[in-house]
Design a protein around this ligand. Structure first.
Ligand code: T4K
Length: 405
């Protein structure tokens, strides 16, 4: 319990946790099943290259996502790159800046210009009205991001893409297991891309997948992920090595069997945070639409410094000192990172909602690696800090910048 300011670790008190509590501690399903699968693949001596576990995982992901095809890949960044390449996208692509840097890099890496677009202040995803203003003759696609698993304005973006003859891709890295309008994320646009990185709701250690209803696109990406091979000694296109290994697929299949358990943990903690922080003025939680399916993988706070007294960054530093590694996903916005900040220095002027959001957002640990007691302790620290907001602000203002630089 923190009773006086001196009890806070940042002012010399003992840290609330001996071990670091992370945002994105990996979900691991039934270990016995995982080890069985690993033994099976070792016995089979088939470790990668479109193996049986990869094929089984692709089938299960496609079914769960309600899409015709799933192509499993080694990560979502390459999945985005291959999707863009296979769709023959060029010129400019409209994307949010409020996303992980991989969304933008997947374009710029291939000499395609990411045109950063603002988000709306409810969904925090691409604002279709702002997207419409940025369409030029060089635009070839729109790439929406289902941020924190909360879906884009899919209907409006689909209309815009259709009317302007643009490709539509969704970076669904956060949104496996989520739905929009009762339909699972995975079947929208030309293609959607999931991430199965260790920190994601479902993980394959490293991994990703493209899901699509387009037969030709799926076939093309399948060939591209394996150097362009269409059969032994037969290369039919440019390609790379973006294959998923069997051990990764074994992890994914095992995780899929525990999806309900992962969601139950996330949902319970999402509700607990909501209840325990409900009386803390100036701290609000981004909500999920509970009429839809959600994976509740991210607990997202918005900090209003006018009310809390303590700034988002001070609160983050204070939590880090307590061994709670809260994160600012996705501060400062892609447009303020390199090479985009140098290439397109004027971008921030057209992103007022993004600019405001990146200053307020703070994500907290949740999921199967932490406990309900941990959450109560984290909520207590936040509530205590806000009740002494001004004092903490003054004391910390005298000190140096944030842990995260
Ligand atoms: N699009 C979007 C919208 C994305 O968010 C991402 C990835 C992508 C595309 C690209 O997907 P991939 O190519 O990665 O499949 C992490 C992840 O590395 C990244 O996958 C993820 N988004 C992003 C949101 O978060 P970092 O650099 O913030 O943190 P990292 O990997 O060090 O992990 C975060 C925390 O989780 C750490 O503080 C420690 C903890 N952790 C991490 C790992 C890897 C664990 O407890 N165990 C672990 O094994 O990027």
């Amino acid at each position: 319990m923190k009773r006086t300011l001196k009890d806070l670790a940042i002012f010399g008190g003992p840290a609330a946790f001996d071990e670091i509590r992370h945002v994105g501690g990996p979900n691991v399903g039934d270990r016995t099943r995982l080890i069985e699968r690993i033994n099976e693949l070792l016995d089979r001596r088939w470790l990668t290259n479109d193996g049986p576990f990869v094929q089984e995982l692709e089938k299960r992901i496609a079914e769960t996502a309600g899409a015709k095809h799933c192509v499993a890949l080694c990560n979502a960044t390459l999945a985005l790159e291959l999707t863009v390449r296979a769709l023959e996208i060029s010129g400019e692509v409209i994307v949010p800046s409020m996303t992980f840097i991989a969304t933008a890099h997947a374009l710029q890496w291939q000499q395609i210009t990411p045109v950063f677009c603002d988000i709306d202040d409810e969904s925090f995803t691409l604002d279709p009205d702002r997207v419409a203003e940025l369409i030029t003759p060089r635009t070839s696609a729109i790439m929406g991001v289902h941020l924190w698993g909360r879906p884009c304005r899919i209907e409006k973006l689909t209309d815009l893409a259709r009317k302007n003859n643009l490709k539509l891709i969704f970076d669904a890295a956060h949104a496996f297991g989520c739905s929009w309008n009762g339909q699972m994320i995975g079947g929208f646009g030309d293609a959607e891309v999931f991430s199965f990185h260790a920190t994601k709701f479902l993980n394959t250690f490293e991994g990703g997948a493209v899901v699509t209803n387009n037969d030709e696109l799926a076939a093309k990406i399948r060939v591209m992920r394996n150097f362009g091979f269409a059969g032994y000694d037969n290369v039919i296109s440019l390609g790379t090595n973006a294959k998923m290994s069997e051990v990764s697929a074994a992890m994914g299949l095992t995780g899929l069997e525990s999806m309900d358990e992962f969601i139950a943990a996330n949902y319970g903690y999402y509700r607990q945070y909501g209840e325990e922080l409900s009386g803390v003025n100036g701290v609000s939680m981004v909500e999920y639409d509970e009429t839809e399916k959600n994976n509740y993988q991210y607990v997202v706070l918005l900090i209003d410094q006018e009310t809390t007294g303590v700034s988002r960054d001070q609160l983050m530093d204070l939590l880090w000192a307590e061994n709670v590694r809260a994160r600012r996903y996705f501060y400062p916005g892609c447009h303020r990172m390199q090479p985009y900040d140098s290439l397109y220095p004027e971008t921030s002027e057209r992103l007022p909602v993004t600019e405001d959001l990146v200053q307020r957002v703070l994500l907290l640990p949740t999921g199967t690696t932490i406990s309900s007691e941990d959450i109560s302790r984290i909520c207590h620290i936040i509530s205590f800090a806000v009740s002494h907001g001004e004092e903490i602000n003054q004391l910390m203002s005298a000190e140096i910048g944030t842990h995260a630089g």
